[in-house]
Structure formats: C-alpha cells, structure tokens
Design a protein. Sequence first.
Length: 744
Amino acid sequence: MKRASAFLLTICFFSSAIWAQNSDYDKIATGLKTEIWGSKDPDFEGNTVPDQYKNESAIILAKRYNIDAKIKKHFSLSVYGNKEIIFKYLIRQKVLLQDKSALEDFSEISYNKINKSSFGLLFAKHDDLSTYIGARVYKKDGTMKEVLLSEAVLVKDEKNKKDEKLAISDLEVGDILDYYIVSLEKREMSNLDPMQFLLAGEYPILKLSLQGNIDKRYAVEYKCLNGAPDLKISKDEDGDMQFTIKTTDLSKFPVYKWISPYRQAKIVRLNISLCGGLYSRCEAGEVTKGITEDEIYNAQKNKLRNIALGYIQGTFAKEEKNYVKENIKLLKKRLGKEPSKDSLIYTIFNSLRYYGYYSPEANDKIYPGKSKNEASMPSNLFNALVCFILKDYGIENELIFYSSRYMPKIGDLMSYDQPLYMVHVNGAKSYYLTDDGIFSECGLVPGYAEGEKGVTLEFHDIKALYYNKSKYMDQGTSKIPISKADKNMQTEDLKVSLALTATPTASVDRKINATGLLKEDLQKSLMLYEDYYQVAWKQQGEEKTFIQVFADRGKTRSLSEEWQNSFTKSRETYKDGFIENLKDAYNSEPKELISYKVDKTGLGINEPFMFSTKFVMQDWLKKAGNNFIFEIGKAIDLQFQINEEDRKRSIDIYEPFARTYEFDLAVEIPAGFSVEGVDALNKKVGNECGSFTSTASIQGNQLIVSVKKEYTNNFEPAANWPKLMLFIDAASDFNSAKVLLKKK
C-alpha cells in the first residue's frame, strides 16, 4: 500500500512525538483493533460492486474518516496551565483489488510508528504522537487472513523516531483489503492544524463517511468545496460538537497532469481552533461555515489600515522607504530632470526588492550556493508597501485582492487563509506588480495569478485610508491579464557533430534562451546566489557589494570571510545543476559534460535567461552494419507522453501558462555518408489549443531541423482534451524519430 501513508499525511499534518513505551503501545494497539474490528459499521459490510465499476483497477468499497478532539477528564494541567487532550485521527478503507496495478499500489504500508519532539520555552512543552495500523485480507474463497503486525520491518530506528513498513503478503487479484491507520496525539489543548478531506480518490468510492467529535471549548469552521455535501451538525449531552457526512457512489478523481484540486475535487476543509486572531469570527462550541467573502474583504481592509498606520508613524518599513528615497534622488541626478512615470515605477519596485533580497544585515543567515534561490518576502506586506510608496510619488494605483488559481476561490477561503495582493498601475502602460520570490520581475504576473478575478481597493490618500473608514476604500473588480504564448518562450539552438566509431557518440553544443515565465525554474536550478548578486548590485548602482561593506568594518570583517568561504564551497557542486538539467531534458545522463555556463542571468527588465552547455551523448546513435541509426528525436527535450489511462479526461485543464518551445538543430553529416528518412521529419498539427510543427531539409553537409511546440492557453475545458492530445502526441512521437546515416 505504497500510497497509504499519503492518504493520511496529505490530509492532515501533525506535530510529532512519542507518548507510549512498547508495552503501552501494544496494549493500545490491541484495544484499537478490538474497537475497530469488533464494532459493526454497515458501510463495511457489503462487497457488491456495481457493473459500471467492473473494469476499474480497484474499488473502494467503503472509506471512513474519524476525528476526535475532546478533553480527557483524568488529564492534569500542563506546565502552562492548559488542559490536555488526546487528538484521534482515523482513516479506514476497504478495497477490492481488480488488477495487478492495484496489487502494487496496496502491497505495503509505510508509516511513522512513533516520533518525539519537544518545543516551547526550554523544551517545556511536549506533544506526543503514535500511529497504529491494522490490516486483514478477505480471499475470494471467503476466508479471512489478518496481517500480523509483528511482520512489520523497522526502516528507521532513532532515539526520537521509529518508522516501519508492513508488507501485505499473498495479495491476489480479487482479494479485498480492509485496513486502518490511527494516530493518537496527546497534546496541550491548542489550535489544531488545518485539515482537508478529499471526498474522492484515484479509484471510485462506493460509500464514504466523515465523523467528528470536538470538545465544546473549541470552535469549528468549515467549507465544503465543489459540490461536497454539507455537514450534519449536532451536540451530545455534554454540549460537545458532533458532525457527520455520509455520501455514496463517488467517481474517481485521477491524479491527472494540470489539475487544481481545490477547484475541481469535492473537499471538506476544517479549522478547529480556540478562536481569536485577525481573521477569526468563530465562537467556542459552535460549528460555522467560516467567514464569508465580504468578511474576507473587510478583514483585508482592516489589515491594510493597520499597515497604513504603521507606515504613517514610521514603525513599518522606515528603512525601506528611506532607501527608495535615496535611489530616486540618484535617479534624478543621473537624468538631470524629473524621472518619467515608468522610471519611477521601475526604481521603486526594484529598490524595494534589492533592499529585501540583496542587503543582508550582520546577523542575517548566510545563504550559500542555491539556497537563496527559494527565498521570498512576505508578499502581501511587500505589495502594500509598493502601493503606499507609489502614492507618495504621485502614482495612482489600486490593490487587487485575489486567490491563486491553485487555491480555493476567494469565497471558499477559510479563516486561516488570506487572499493574495497585487498592485495595479493603470495608464498609457499598465503594470501589475507583485513579489513572487527572488527572481520576480517588474510587471511579470506569476502563472498562478493569471486570469484570476479579484477585488480592487482604491484610495486616494494614505492618511485618509486609516482615519476615514469608508470614503477612501472603494471596492471594484478586476481580472488579472493572461500572458500570450510568445511571451513565455524557450528556444534551443543545438549544433550536433557525430563520431561514427565502433562506439558512436554525438557531441552537442546547446544554447538555451528563456523568456517570461519559463525563466524562473532554470534560474533556480542553475544559478548561484553570488553570481546573480554580482549582476543585481551593479544594476542597482551600488558602490560596493555587501561583502565589501562587511570587510570595511572591524566588527563585521569576519562575516565577509564567512560569506566568501560559503561561496567558494558552493562552487564545488555548481556543475551538478547542469548535469541534472541534461538528465531531465533527455532522460539520460551525458557521457561527458565538457563546458557549462550562464550567459545571461535574466535579471534585467525583459532580459532573457541564457545558458550554454557542451556535452557528449552515447545513446543517440546505433551501429547497423556499415550504417548508423541516429535517433534524432532524442535531440529535442523529452516530450510529455499521455498514458493510456489518462486519454479519457472529464475535468478541466489548468495548464501552468501559455508557452512556446522552439528547437533548431544543425547536424553535421559525416563525410562519406548520406541521410535517409528526412521527409518523415516534416509534420504539422495544430488547432486553437496549440500546435506542433517540425521541418527538416538537407542544406550542404548539414541536416537542418526546426521544431516548434506551442500551448496557446493557460486553461482549457475538458472537452478540448482531444485537441491538446493531437499535438502532444505529435511531439511525443517525434521523440522516437530516426534517420539512417548510410555509407556511400
């Protein structure tokens, strides 16, 4: 059951710890087994499968979630004076296995048996977690075999952590596996981590239930997304809250490529808390549907007013504001006149980003190599600051509140969520500004924001924003623009020379040019912080690097050496990123990587990211008598291949963004050889969703091949899936294209 642990871990996350010695653990395990196997649950009684599911790989005959969070009366107070609870989380499934693929999926259970951690002041607080499992198999002849937990293999045995794996032996097609996973967490009564329950899966579910039993000192907020049934809510004799969901005949929700589960799958989201906080509207002992969409907007307005007050009083972003002021002074001096609106926007946005990412203080963490590449700032605070400073310099703008296309829509957000902010400057040229990490670019909209509908908050004066609570908070709507495919482009120029020896090889000179939203992943995987910092500080017009500044001060001189040493150390693994890039591109490792370098960092406005490599591949050529077969299709990146089970699709397609890939190959034909099979390399498939085009010809002593693949949109309805498959399949087929190098 290789996915069994995922069922638990992707739905609910816990702080982890040990709370039982081995003897206690065994006693509790026996008690749970008696409780679960011994109690009758009508959902788990039947084994009949409707005819429409006869050809499925597996059927979930029954599935149950159960959570319990109640104060135990015999528990003493913790060192902080708080009550303690045992939080119980159970998932149980009964699965009919109908083919060998299902046998592989459910062949083993991997789980964290016990784990220990301490936290809080002087490690005074302890949350204790143990996990228990049980499994039994019903054979086709009606016999039942319980899986012995003594057969579990310990895969990790550390002082504070024990991981085990339980193999489900002798599984056969037609068997029924009934298993459960229970986590018991002894913890101080405090807010529980947010939970979400997927009312679907990779296999159809005949019966599903969700049950909760929550102490009245808690508050429960929930949202049922995408047609998930509502909770049935009640209270027991103690006033504690109970809720249930029962549903049947749930179609499978396969893990397709390009999906947004929060907007497509039936999901129940839960927030169990002790109330309080900026976004909380809950009351202890009550189960509610969380804050409404209007309340979310009002909460953002109040938050923005508080940020504005800090900005006015100088308690928020005073240093950043002064840094921008100095850079604008330098800009005016350099220009000899008042800067244009565009120049001001660029300077404000880039100065704030430079201050946040490239101006470390003496006590800041050292980021060697690529570790800084994943850095990000508190995006909403950053965008509020951009909004305020732009207004200080007379540039009118509005804040857009929106939700990522991979998160629930704004109306489905919970009290522990908040919408994202983006700044919009309108005019002759429209700007959408946001920070999405260290490689963000002025005016570049992240893919997860494209096409999202948001609410705009407009105001004319920052002081009025705080002091007048209605007049200056106009609310409108906006749709974030979607980039075109030609704005997100990756082009590859490949010059290939062939060595037709007993062990033939292909030497490749490869140059990559990436623009728009196709830059970031390459930047993160191939660049070192010290390299792109060298570009950033010069672009910003700084006189010295931060390392030089540290070196000039006696108190921080040692820090400059530490930073420099970390840079030297990270250089030792710099090559690895380029090797991984080639392995990802071609699904095989090069025989030799001769050279590699980043030619352009892509940090400038609309500047492409460019890198080049020279390498040798051994598996592109095969000897065939006196001739050679050149698998030329392998020279373009490995193309997405649609599995047979994914060829029928019923849910919409959330692509990352519209994009274009181009490959230009120049293959030098070895002397004494001709090329056959060139005409078969010419192909053209296209429609309104995208296209694939390849052209090939012999020009002198070179085989010239040009390939272009385009995804026109960032979203397609499910009905368009066959249209996408046409050019996706064409590109995949090209990966298998071959030509014959025939000896004259």
